[in-house]
Design a binder for this molecule. Sequence first.
Ligand code: GAP
Length: 512
Amino acid sequence: MDFKQLVSHCKEYGFIFQSSEVYDGLAAVYDYGPYGVELKNNIKNYWWKSMVSMHQNIVGLDAAIFMHPKTWKASGHVDAFNDPLVDNKDSNKRYRADQLVEGYCDKIEAKIKKDVEKARKKFGDSFDEEQFRTTNGRIVDRQKRIDDVMTQLGEHMRNEDMAGLKNLIVELEIACPESGSREWTDVRQFNLMFSTQLGNIAGEEGKLYLRPETAQGIFVNFLNVQKTTRQKIPFGIAQIGKAFRNEIVARQFIFRMREFEQMEMQFFIPPGTEMEWYKYWKETRMNWHAALGTPASKLRFHDHDNLAHYANAAADIEFEFPFGFKELEGIHSRTDFDLSSHQELSGKKLQYFDPERNENYVPYVVETSIGCDRMFLALVSQALQEETVPDAEGKESTRIVMKIHPALAPVKVAVLPLLKNKEALTKAAKDVFDQLKLKFNCQYDEKDAIGRRYRRQDAIGTPYCVTIDFDTLEDNTVTIRDRDSLKQERVAIDQLTSIISEKIDISQVLAS
Ligand code: GAP
């Protein structure tokens, strides 16, 4: 299923709507509909359980979005949270200069991929992709071109060399995707923080920022949490919450939004141990994705050469979205940058007495940070499929099915009376619904033929449909239809709750 179909499916089936659609929408801001909010809550629940409930030494926090403005000075966001901005003089369209260069490389990468796929078809089972990529002359040249350009981009970004970036765009003859024009303004830095104003203080003094990451609420609360929970280092603080960034280019649906949600965990550790914890969290987070059934071929690490102002090591977990491999989650070794800066600017000690080392120090931090919306997009893009299956009469028909993990599915069970106008059936079905709703997010549906009702549930990813038929009235049994295998199993009504509980249980995922 292509990306356009995915976006319209999300709208048509009540997962995601554009914000303020009646006013033609607000760019890069989205609202989650009835099924979207359920799925998003389930993602957050899975993250929270695996991060907080499963770890004795990780505790939760819910800090405010607004923070003292000095927070953002100390964190470096006022001075360094910038993206390089460039305008095309003919189309007046704005772009991120680094993304224009990355887009140039993506095009070369797409050509490489095409050649690889051609060769795979030609050589069949004996095809060795690694060998082909390293020995085929054309691919080697193209890969070298990508590496050269990315190295130059990395240097310009690191040195904040805006003139160098502009020259690179000109040298590579990059044209505006909209107008085809190569007339570019100079590249300049653009700060991504949104600001607003306190009502009772005028001017700069009253300027507030909407947080661009949730992490800072954790840093400034480090001692409050440590003291009140009597945690010993190493320990972590986890938080889920909104973040805001004035993204220059907001494309690709919920991949890059101006208002989004982060799930972040800051792990406080003794100085000098950061590389070992960095490695640990990289592996742990990759396993978290794999546990949900995401194939290894769709996930990869990308180690950063170009480090953010606070990090001494950083990697992304990239997922293969419909528009290519892109960042899904970041794991960063943030050193003691944030705590030391807050300590300096606030004049308050943010230190920990380590009884084992018998010394005071400012802890180092390794963080894991994942966008909930990106996780949503990753899950939906791999789950949504079009396939051919037999219909109720055994004829072949196509269906759109969202094969999302049952533990995360928005609706767990649909209760369907076989016929709508047989009161005995609808009554029995409503009784079953009343029993199941105590335990699961369920739907009762009696409208349309049974086949169409199954298709509606497939489209929103409901893993189980319980059908009440005439046998139910005789023997108190129902059928459970499995979304993926389409198998129907006859079971007693009084066993339904326990059977479904087992099938949708998140603990199997958490234990793996
Ligand atoms: N505290 C570290 C931090 O914020 P980041 O790499 O800038 O690091 C972390 O962001 C994660 O937040 C990303 O991996 C991504 O999943 C998500 N994210 C960042 N910007 C986003 C945006 N504009 N829209 C949606 N998700 C975003």
